[in-house]
Design a protein around this ligand. Structure first.
Ligand code: NAD
Ligand code: TYD
Length: 352
């Protein structure tokens, strides 16, 4: 019998990579993609899967308990891979409640549905989470699976809360679960509100490149396909009730990353070296801006044998090429509401 695997948020950035990987690699799974298609969800990300027999899409908001239960009642769900979320820190600063609704309430609604109707005997509830739940680091050290939670943004507080609910359902109701906490992803199909696609879009259009504060904050970057591969491994081989950190061992100061991007874009666009860098504009910092994230992924590497498949140069070139080759995708997602978002978020930031 085919196993029914419910993936939430499958029309988003990371979700679409996970859905594609699972549909192509596991013909014996029926992949059920549940997504509300918010501004971040885009069925164009999955157009190539439309005719696949083992794939189906349902437009469902995970905060709607009735709709969620209907899906769980209509087919036995063996396992859930839960990615649906509000995911952008800046938006969480403007509208924290939306993050509580989707990330906390939505997660609890899914947990309830899985507990009532899912295959809790041999399936699992996999919560895909972020390293931001651990808070911020100074110059030294890395997050491990035992680092205490200390979220600083409304986004990370909502993800920390949903991690806690998942763990609490494990303890209280013996719900089988696994959690992973991953660092910043980059790759194709990322909505251009996040640093890398936003900068690519602005460089292409000769618009200012808004670097927050002094650009000295540090992020660890992982290619999205390698995150999808890690999710595959944790889903199939991760021990129940455990957490796995996922990272790229690839730390960059924001300003260095943006300068590297400018250099590559100059080359690819046939511009004179140094042209794009002139667009860099230091602007008012993000409120509560976490200084540094870094991940110790040795548990995943030693216990489950996962390592990233590409180095940063390879993944970054492929990513930039994808955005340059998929102009229509970028144009579609940056028309309409994106303009309003951009104005609201960047118009009032002071140039430093
Ligand atoms: P994204 O914003 O690109 O996509 C989120 C998806 O969830 C969209 O398809 C959206 O339509 C859907 N969604 C939002 N609200 C919903 C709701 N109420 N009901 C149903 N669907 C809804 O996000 P992403 O960057 O792909 O992140 C996916 C997951 O991975 C999130 O849980 C995020 O916290 C986590 N994560 C992201 C990163 C990263 O660097 N982007 C890193 C670590 C963990
Ligand atoms: P982002 O892609 O929003 O991811 P996160 O906040 O989850 O790490 O931002 C990555 C880093 O880039 C973060 O330190 C904030 C910074 N940043 C800018 O400097 N300018 C921007 O316009 C954006 C969106 C982010």
């Amino acid at each position: 019998m085919k196993k029914n695997i419910l993936i939430t948020g499958g029309a988003g950035f990371i979700g679409s990579h996970v859905v594609r990987r699972f549909v192509n690699k596991y013909p014996d799974y029926q992949i059920i993609n549940l997504d509300a298609l918010t501004y971040a969800g885009n069925l164009a990300n999955l157009a190539d899967l439309e005719s696949c027999q083992n794939y189906e899409f349902h437009k469902v908001d995970i905060t709607n308990a009735t709709e969620v239960e209907k899906i769980f009642q209509s087919k036995k769900i063996d396992s859930v891979i839960h990615l649906a979320a509000e995911s952008h820190v800046d938006r969480s600063i403007s509208n924290p409640l939306e993050f509580v609704m989707t990330n906390v309430v939505g997660t609890v609604i899914l947990l309830n549905a899985f507990k009532a109707f899912g295959n809790i005997e041999s399936g699992r509830f996999y919560h895909v989470s972020t390293d931001e739940v651990y808070g911020t680091l100074g110059d030294e050290g890395k997050f491990t699976e035992t680092t205490p939670y200390s979220p600083n943004s409304p986004y990370s507080a909502s993800k920390a809360s949903s991690d806690h609910f998942v763990r609490a359902y494990g303890e209280t109701y013996h719900l089988p679960f696994v959690i992973s906490n991953c660092s910043n992803n980059y790759g194709s199909h990322q909505f251009p509100e996040k640093l890398i696609p936003l900068m690519i879009h602005n460089i292409k259009n000769n618009k200012p490149l808004p670097v927050y504060g002094k650009g000295e904050n540090v992020r660890d970057w992982l290619w999205v396909n390698d995150h999808a591969a890690a999710i595959d491994v944790v889903f199939h081989h991760g021990k129940l009730s455990e957490t796995y950190n996922i990272g790229g061992n690839n730390e960059w100061k924001n300003i260095d990353l943006v300068k590297k991007l400018c250099e590559i874009m100059d080359r690819k666009l046939g511009r004179t070296k140094g042209d794009s860098e002139k667009l860099i504009t230091y602007v008012t910092d993000r409120a509560g801006h976490d200084f540094r994230y870094a991940i110790d992924a040795s548990k995943l590497e030693t216990e489950l044998g996962w390592t990233p498949s590409v180095n940063f140069d390879q993944g970054f070139e492929r990513t930039i090429d994808w955005y340059l080759e998929n102009e229509e995708w970028l144009t579609n997602v940056t028309s309409g509401n994106y303009q309003l978002y951009y104005q609201k978020m960047y118009e009032n930031r002071e140039t430093l």
